[in-house]
Design a binder for this molecule. Structure first.
Ligand SMILES: NC(=O)c1ccc[n+]([C@@H]2O[C@H](COP(=O)([O-])OP(=O)(O)OC[C@H]3O[C@@H](n4cnc5c(N)ncnc54)[C@H](O)[C@@H]3O)[C@@H](O)[C@H]2O)c1
Length: 318
């Protein structure tokens, strides 16, 4: 039996994707890889293999794919939006160079690839409400530029080489098990920590900033469902819009306050406000529904209740 490789496996998404994949396909079949291995890796309970892999090293990517007889790659390694603006050159090198290395290894070794794009592909010229699947994409961040390039490159590998590459455009991901890694929507997760730890939070975007978001269980399900979809039913392959919920920072604070009366949120916008302002307020994911049946399950009230329950438990036990 051939195996599954996850790159960037110790970040926000990988931390929850690895256990989900291991549960579904078997622990030993899922190889968790990262540039830096964490002290407490998901493998410490012996649930599956862990390997060090820098995706900018093309030979190492191919070698790992061959050594572990990989048939599917979930390529998560990347630099995210806010961190990307601090280091545009690295962002291009890792996001575009890393993706190219993964696609080449997939072409040579005959692998299938999942690669997540982002709502960061959109820019200030894109329609901001119910942003369509196929629309103007002129992002103003280096992260967004690497994601547009990546979507084009991934589609090129599908049409030119017949590599089965699939992916979605995630909105901001909200999760309880790991902290976000330097994106513009990190405030949504940080607000929960602030609320539970000290009943206060200073938010780095304005209260009326509305962005599309998705809760981790939906995020993981989207990755697994698109990879299990019938290839012949797909017209698009990469960059499917997936929507779940849209809310302002103020609405999130109000929802949290329903559970934690007295929670006080202040708003002190920093440079990330400009990135947030360049992104859509809501997106239209009808195409993902039509081609592979995508539907989100979590809205703002359901996500908030679950997040507070899980995070309160985590904070009390760590
Ligand atoms: N989290 C979100 O809100 C969000 C939204 C849209 C899209 N995405 C996309 O999902 C994917 C995963 O995001 P995430 O939130 O888990 O990010 P993250 O920053 O939490 O994790 C990314 C991981 O990649 C690793 N990495 C960086 N450079 C590497 C390299 N050269 N080789 C190997 N590993 C390297 C980092 O150490 C980190 O552990 C990314 O492609 C991201 O663009 C995330």
């Amino acid at each position: 039996m051939r195996n599954i490789l996850v790159t960037g496996a110790f970040g926000q998404l990988g931390t929850e994707l690895i256990p989900a994949l291991r549960k579904r396909y078997g622990g030993q079949r899922v190889v968790a890889s990262g540039r830096h291995l964490p002290q407490l890796s998901p493998d410490q309970d012996g649930s599956g293999p862990v390997v060090s892999l820098d995706v900018t090293n093309s030979a190492a990517v191919l070698e790992t794919v061959r050594e572990y007889r990989v048939e599917v790659i979930y390529h998560l390694a990347a630099i995210l939006s806010a961190r990307g603006e601090a280091s545009p050159e690295d962002t291009w090198r890792i996001n575009v160079g890393g993706l190219r290395n993964v696609l080449e290894a997939a072409r040579i070794a005959g692998c299938k690839v999942f690669w997540p794009s982002s709502i960061a592909v959109f820019g200030p010229d894109t329609p901001a409400e119910r942003t369509p699947q196929d629309t103007l994409m002129r992002p103003t961040t280096m992260y967004g530029i690497t994601k547009v390039t990546g979507e084009l490159l991934a589609d090129y590998y599908v049409s030119r080489f017949g590599v089965d590459v699939r992916g979605v455009r995630y909105p901001g991901v909200i999760s309880s098990e790991s902290l976000p890694g330097g994106g513009t929507t990190d405030y949504a997760v940080e607000m929960f920590y602030g609320a539970l730890r000290s009943k206060q939070y200073s938010c780095f975007v304005r209260a009326n900033t509305v962005l599309p978001m998705i809760y981790m269980p939906d995020c993981i399900r989207a990755a697994i469902e698109i990879m299990e979809a019938d290839f012949s039913q797909l017209t698009h392959h990469n960059g499917f819009n997936v929507a779940a919920m849209s809310f302002s920072a103020g609405e999130l604070a109000a929802e949290i306050e329903k559970h934690l009366p007295g929670f006080a949120c202040e708003y002190e916008p920093d440079e990330r406000q400009a990135i947030a302002d360049s992104w859509p307020r809501s997106i239209d994911d009808q195409v993902a529904f039509d081609e592979w049946g995508w539907r989100a399950e979590y809205d703002l009230p359901k996500m908030t209740a679950d997040m507070l329950k899980r995070l309160a438990h985590r904070l009390s036990t760590h």
